[in-house]
Ligand binder design. Structure first.
Ligand code: CAA
Ligand code: NAI
Length: 246
């Protein structure tokens, strides 16, 4: 899969899945704008991209803020002249049982996942429509399909991302812009390391492949959906779960 000369924008790319996505895109030839709330982490990943041999550019962004998200996408276009690939990956958890969940916990999760994905897609889509080419990959979660105890906010947001993906895919298809989503299962990052150990172990035992996923398992699916190997696939959801909830 050749992404030579393509320009990719990845959110939440300072660590975990987003970092691995950025590096694998670069390994396939793409220049990468590495966006994250944590600018030090974003700059470190951008340096790793540059070491691979393409151009990396770190950017501090809060995707849930409209002006921030717009200037993030604008600056990618100013720097590279175009955007070919947008990966909406930034995410947080604020886990709590439904009866204890605060309005703030609900709003924070909805704002980062759903509003952030909306704002970045909207800003990039204006540009991709004009160019009549583009790939948007939204990182949902298997929690958005099956629901997860302690995650009414997160499961709702991740299901919402699937609906947004399909609506945007229908709108953008005639402009040759593909919009797809990935639903990762249980992947080894800071997000899952924060899960209480007993629950974490139980979740791993329930995976048919009997092992936790790695960020590179997700990055490979993202690169596929960012490449011309997936040109006739849009509005789709790929589960990358080691067989969980098949
Ligand atoms: N499966 C089965 N039962 C569970 C459970 C699970 N995954 N999680 C909680 N429970 C049960 C507990 O055993 C407990 O049962 P009892 O009342 O019978 O003892 C009850 O639900 C309440 O749980 P807690 O005592 O833990 O309640 P709490 O208020 O102290 O904490 C919580 C609630 C913060 C949600 C905590 O249970 C927790 O952190 N759970 C894990 C949440 C989780 O799975 N997050 C996934 C993060 S990874 C991710 O989000 C990536 C992705 O996309 C998959
Ligand atoms: P992580 O916690 O390791 O990394 C998330 C990154 O997003 C961090 O660098 C953080 O600074 C950044 N971020 C958070 N809020 C932001 C905001 N408002 N604006 C910009 N950046 C922000 O998490 P991980 O595991 O790498 O998750 C990446 C994505 O994958 C998330 O959307 C998550 O919900 C999703 N996912 C993760 C799974 C897992 O098992 N780890 C499973 C399913 C989905």
């Amino acid at each position: 899969m050749d992404l030579k000369g393509k320009v990719a924008v990845v959110t939440g790319a300072g660590q975990g899945i987003g970092r691995e996505v950025s590096l694998l895109l670069a390994n396939h030839g793409a220049n990468v704008v590495v966006g994250d709330l944590n600018i030090e982490a974003a700059n470190m990943v951008a340096n790793e991209v540059t070491e691979i041999g393409t151009e990396g550019f770190g950017y501090k962004v809060d995707v849930s803020d409209k002006d921030n998200a717009q200037s993030f996408i604008d600056s990618a276009i100013d720097t590279f002249g175009r955007i070919d690939i947008l990966v909406n990956n930034a995410g947080i958890t604020r886990d709590s049982m439904l009866h204890k969940m605060s309005e703030e916990q609900f709003d924070q999760v909805i704002n980062v996942h759903m509003k952030g994905t909306f704002l970045c897609m909207q800003a990039a889509a204006k540009h991709m429509r004009q160019n009549e080419t583009g790939k948007i990959v939204n990182i949902s979660s298997i929690a958005g399909k099956v629901g997860n105890i302690g995650q009414v906010n997160y499961s709702g947001a991740k299901a919402g991302i699937v609906g947004m993906t399909k609506a945007a895919a229908k709108e953008l298809a005639k402009f040759q812009v593909n919009v797809n989503a990935i639903q990762p299962g249980f992947i080894d990052t800071d997000m899952t390391r924060a899960v209480p150990e007993k629950i974490r172990q139980k979740k791993i035992e329930e995976i048919p492949m009997l092992k936790i996923g790695s960020p590179s398992d997700i990055a490979k699916a993202v690169v596929f959906l960012s490449s011309d190997y997936s040109d006739y696939i849009t509005g789709n959801v790929i589960e990358v779960t080691g067989g969980r909830y098949m």
